[in-house]
Design a protein around this ligand. Structure first.
Ligand SMILES: Cc1ncc(COP(=O)(O)O)c(C=O)c1O
Length: 368
């Protein structure tokens, strides 16, 4: 026996969710976002299951190289582009596509000069990132055409594309969506090239933002891309990760007994308390309050007391027959990760990405 915590990864759910993205954006190509170790699911297994995607997006050269070393030869886009000129050789060698969002990245590309053009692999596809209102990465629309033309003149550049990113797509009625979209579309009209704007939320709620490439991330992993209070109808998505464990102890506490560190939760009556082998050392949120739902034997019970590094406790009054060894789901099948995120005051992205390396990922199911 080993410690029972594990993340089951349902590969068939990934392919199902990809098919939902394609159905919602039938005229666009899909750039599947698999950065941060495939949103915590295990990037290589995710890439393999999503082999029908048109391209992959990652955050760093290292992530891209891992894909290539695993034999994945699809287009791979580095979403933050170059962090230094020293990455260029590997970028060319592996044929990675680059986001360009900053002037010094243009200078680094320029520094390749004519020497690079003799290289057989010196054909770069670049995505010019435009800041349409997110104010994170990208050139202001007023500078983007100058940058575009500078890049277009470089012999090493094989193709240019437009990209921008929504700040508030998870709130479909937010006025920033329309203004960002208008700024993007006005700019793109001045240089005809493939465009990409939509993340998962926009893919599912703003068909006019699909353009030639959509960039879904979270929906592929089966979590809702909309903010908590948004009730827009979404197509069904299937959760890919189930974070599972088991009860490792069940004991009876008396009225007035306090449970866990800080004695933060006090039993209101004599009651059974279960101890689950999962804690913040596994990525379960330390700040999840008492009352956060946990599934024991497929039925919800509330978390009680503070989450420890390796364990958390649950109130078993609704399940008086539960025993050590009984199965527990922290999130996933039967308990959407969004519900746990909401209870813990965080987002599903952070919970999924935060599952720590000591938790074995167990892929299962046929990716199709
Ligand atoms: C530039 C960019 N595009 C697309 C995505 C995917 O977003 P989502 O997971 O909300 O679909 C991300 C995610 O962070 C991103 O940074």
């Amino acid at each position: 026996m080993t410690r029972p915590v594990r993340a089951r990864i349902d590969l068939s759910a990934l392919t199902f969710n990809l098919s939902q993205a394609r159905r919602a954006a039938p005229h666009s190509r899909v750039l599947a976002v698999i950065k941060a170790n495939g949103y915590g699911h295990g990037m290589l297994a995710v890439a393999e299951a999503l082999r029908e995607a048109d391209a992959f997006a990652v955050a760093s050269l290292e992530e891209g190289v891992r894909l290539r070393e695993a034999g994945i030869d699809k287009p791979v886009l580095l979403l933050e582009g170059l962090f230094g000129a020293d990455e260029l050789d590997a970028v060319l060698r592996h044929g990675f596509e680059l986001v360009v969002h900053e002037e010094r990245q243009v200078d680094w590309l320029q520094s390749l000069g004519p020497a690079a053009t003799g290289r057989e692999d010196a054909r770069l596809t670049l995505w010019v990132k435009v800041n349409t209102g997110m104010n994170r990465l990208g050139f202001p629309p007023g500078e983007a055409l100058r940058v575009w033309d500078r890049l277009a003149a470089m012999p090493v550049v094989a193709g240019l594309r437009w990209m921008s990113h929504f700040a508030c797509a998870d709130e479909p009625a937010h006025p920033a969506n329309a203004s960002q979209h208008a700024a993007f579309s006005k700019l793109c009209a001045q240089r005809n090239a493939p465009r990409s704007l939509a993340n998962s939320a926009a893919l599912l709620t703003r068909p006019d933002s699909h353009y030639e490439w959509v960039r879904p991330g979270i929906m592929l992993y089966g979590a809702s891309p909309l903010a908590d209070d948004e009730r827009a109808p979404l197509p069904p998505l299937r959760p890919v990760m189930s974070l599972e464990s088991a009860l490792i102890a069940v004991h009876r506490c008396d009225k007035g007994d306090a449970v866990g560190y800080g004695q933060a939760w006090v039993c209101p009556e004599a009651m059974p308390v279960g101890v689950v082998a999962a804690g913040y050392g596994d990525g379960y949120p330390r700040h999840a309050p008492s009352g956060t739902p946990v599934l024991v034997n497929g039925r919800e019970v509330p978390l009680i007391g503070r989450v420890s590094m390796d364990m958390l406790c649950v109130d078993l009054r609704e399940q008086p027959r539960a025993r050590a060894g009984d199965p527990v789901v922290l999130w996933g099948e039967g308990l959407p990760v969004e519900r746990v995120a909401r209870a813990a005051g965080t987002i599903s992205y952070a919970l999924l990405c935060g599952v720590t390396p000591r938790v074995p990922r167990q892929p299962r199911g046929d990716a199709g």
